[in-house]
Design a protein around this ligand. Structure first.
Ligand code: FAD
Length: 471
């Protein structure tokens, strides 16, 4: 397989005249302090930080245009910053440049309850959005484990535990407003639920990781709060049994809202971290949404499937507070797992395979991990065929990083062989660049380069990410 370490990029010059111009335009909202640059030059990946030369805190589309135009004039990179929760080195300023912090662009612009849509600025986080929606009877379902920004989630094509029922950002973003590399502003899409009007630019920018433009407005779909919600957990003697129960649930067309897998090590981690007492064996967490009767029907079908696959200890969480305890524990699983090895950082895999190949992929991976000296808990949005191995390593021991990367390669190789992808939801960033040719082929990457060239010929927008590109 072809997975070169991303080449060490050369930092570009950061002219004093550009800093002066930024200071004139933004005064105290430009920072060059080490702490602020450090904060913006890293994400949740195990990579060492690579600092931007300056950080600008913007509060309007016009200000984003100003930064982008000034950077274009001085040939300096621009890196949009959402909430810093990405996992693949997306935010590292490998060529230096200006980080545009979007957190001040965090308004809800319009809630169109009758159309089930909302238009927001990109810096609003998914929790802030749901807080703003709480009196409308509607909600926005996409829930990465971190409280990511809607802009960052659009830019990484994120998903989470609800995607099996409600889809990912790909299905839920209806339209965007984007500042292009030359400062022009374009709108993609409308609030209509469907459209055949030309190339689908919305989907081009969703998942573009800041490499094609800066997203400044986003219209997303909303959903009515379900009339009834019920959640359950159950334990299995093996990972294979748990995954087979999931596959049958999906293949039977049961519209589960969530089905999440945890292996026994991940269960140990959340037990310790969230003060729970689950049996330390592979588990599935389910949630059902619908009317009282449809939830009951879904739950009965799933209970039968679970029993046929040797599942036991079926426990219900019907009260809202029990459900939030359960899902908070699941959402905190990443940080809980890090505590299995104090001081560790995680290399996290993110493969996604067709559901029919999921059991085979998980079982082969489990065998593979047995030989590893690293703790490697597994969690997964298994209803989508997506699972994560968190390989916990001591950042001071390079041999552990090498081992994690070897395992990562084998897992990706396995997923691609089974018709899957190297990344189901985290995106490419720096870390998965080497896998793209294996997944898409040279010609497809060359089409991606042509698109990059058309929109960002000077390679100023988050350069050095997704694929190599020389301006
Ligand atoms: C504990 C934990 C759990 C997670 N669980 C999940 C999960 O279940 N599912 C999932 O999909 N991800 C998950 N993630 C990864 C992460 O939360 C997502 O990738 C998220 O979408 C990143 O959003 P952010 O606002 O933090 O973006 P950032 O990390 O700030 O940025 C991510 C990328 O988007 C670009 N970007 C940000 N804002 C804009 C903008 N306005 N315009 C253009 N480009 C922009 C950045 O340049 C960068 O390339 C998890 C991360 C953690 C730490």
């Amino acid at each position: 397989m072809n997975h070169p370490v991303p080449p060490l990029a050369v930092r570009r010059a950061f002219p004093a005249a550009l800093l002066d111009a930024l200071k004139t335009a933004f005064a105290e909202r430009v920072s060059t302090t080490a702490a602020v640059r450090e904060h913006h030059g890293r994400d949740e990946s195990p990579f060492d930080p690579q600092l931007p030369d300056a950080v600008v805190f913007v509060i309007s589309t016009e200000e984003v245009q100003t930064v982008v135009r000034l950077c274009a004039e001085y040939n300096v990179p621009v890196i949009p910053y959402g909430n810093g929760s990405s996992l693949e080195g997306h935010l590292l300023a490998v060529q230096g440049g200006v980080s545009i912090d979007m957190s001040g662009l965090n308004q809800v612009l319009s809630i169109d309850a009758e159309d089930l849509t909302v238009t927001v600025q990109p810096g609003i986080s998914r929790k802030q959005l749901n807080e703003a929606l709480k009196d409308t009877g509607l909600f926005f379902p996409i829930d990465p484990g971190a409280d990511a920004s809607i802009g960052g989630m659009s830019a990484t094509r994120a998903s989470g535990t609800n995607a099996v029922r409600y889809g990912t950002m790909r299905e839920n973003v209806l339209g965007l407003t984007v500042v292009l590399a030359d400062g022009r502003v374009i709108k993609t899409g409308t609030r209509a639920r469907k459209s055949s009007a030309g190339y689908d630019l919305t989907r081009l920018f969703v998942g573009s990781e800041g490499t094609l433009g800066v997203i400044v407005e986003i219209t997303v779909r909303l959903y009515p709060q379900p009339e009834a919600v019920s959640a359950a957990v159950c334990a299995f003697p093996s990972m294979g049994d748990a995954v087979r129960a999931t596959i049958e649930t999906i293949q039977m067309g049961v519209p589960v809202a969530r089905v999440e897998f945890l292996d026994s090590l991940a269960v140990r981690a959340i037990n310790r971290h969230s003060n729970l007492t689950f049996r330390e064996s592979p588990m599935l967490f389910f949630e059902f949404h619908g009317t009282e009767s449809s939830v009951k029907e879904q739950a009965e079908t799933v209970q039968e499937i679970v029993a046929q696959n040797s599942g036991t200890d079926f426990e219900w969480a019907t009260r809202p507070e029990d459900r939030s305890r359960l899902w908070n524990a699941r959402h905190n699983a990443y940080f809980a797992m890090l505590q299995l090895k104090p001081g560790s950082r995680a290399v996290t895999t993110d493969v996604c395979v067709p559901i029919s190949r999921l059991a085979e992929c998980v079982i082969e991976t489990e065998q593979d991990l047995k030989a590893s000296t690293l703790p490697c808990p597994i969690v997964g949005h298994v209803g989508d065929g997506n699972f994560h191995v968190a390989m916990l390593l001591d950042p001071a021991r390079p041999e552990e990083l090498e081992e994690a990367e070897r395992i990562n390669h084998r897992i990706v190789e396995r997923a691609l062989r089974m018709g899957g992808t190297c990344t189901g939801e985290h995106g490419v960033g720096l870390h998965k660049m080497g896998f793209l040719i294996d997944e898409h082929g040279e010609d497809a990457i060359s089409v991606m380069r042509s698109i990059k060239h058309a929109l960002d010929p000077k390679n100023l927008m988050n350069p050095g990410k997704i694929f190599s590109y020389d301006a």
